[in-house]
Design a protein around this ligand. Sequence first.
Ligand SMILES: Cc1cc2nc3c(=O)[nH]c(=O)nc-3n(C[C@H](O)[C@H](O)[C@H](O)COP(=O)(O)O)c2cc1C
Length: 147
Amino acid sequence: MSGPYHQLIYTSDASLDLTPEGLASIRDSSQRNNARDQITGILLHSGDQFLQVIEGPRAAVERLHRLIAADTRHEGMRTVLAHDVNQRDFGQWAMAVRELPPEQLAQHQALSQFFSPDFDLGSLRYGTPATFLLQAFRELNGAPEAP
Ligand SMILES: Cc1cc2nc3c(=O)[nH]c(=O)nc-3n(C[C@H](O)[C@H](O)[C@H](O)COP(=O)(O)O)c2cc1C
C-alpha cells in the first residue's frame, strides 16, 4: 500500500543498565521531539523488551529510526513491519508509553507473538498489525493516555 505516511513496528531488547530514569528520559524526549517532527506512536516496555510503533512522514520516520537504532539503551532491533499507510493509527499520541509486567506479557498471546522471531503477520485475523496492537493495548488496561 502506498500513502503519505510511513509506519514502522519493531521490537528490541532493553540494555541491562536501563534504569527507570533512563526510561523516563526516553519518554520525555519522545513526547517532545515527536510532537515537533509530526511523529506519533506507542512504546511498550516489558521487562527487558521493547515494542514500538512509529508513524509519520517517511523522512521523519527514517531519521528517527536511525537515531533509535544508534541508542545504546537497547539492542537487537528487529523490524516487524515497515510500510506506507494512508492514515495514522495513533494520531492522538506523540508517544504513548506503557509498562507491562513480563508475566502479563507472557500471558497475553496477542501481544507476545510480536516478539517471536517467526511471527507471521499474515496470521492476524482482523485489522492491520498496528490496529491489532492498539486493540490489545485497550484490552489490557484501557487506552493509553494522551501525553
Ligand atoms: C526504545 C527506544 C525508543 C525511543 N523512541 C523515541 C521516539 O519515539 N522519539 C524520539 O525522539 N526519541 C526516541 N528515543 C530516543 C532516541 O534514541 C534519542 O535518544 C533521542 O531522540 C535524542 O533526543 P534528545 O536529545 O532530545 O533526548 C528512543 C529510544 C529508545 C531506546
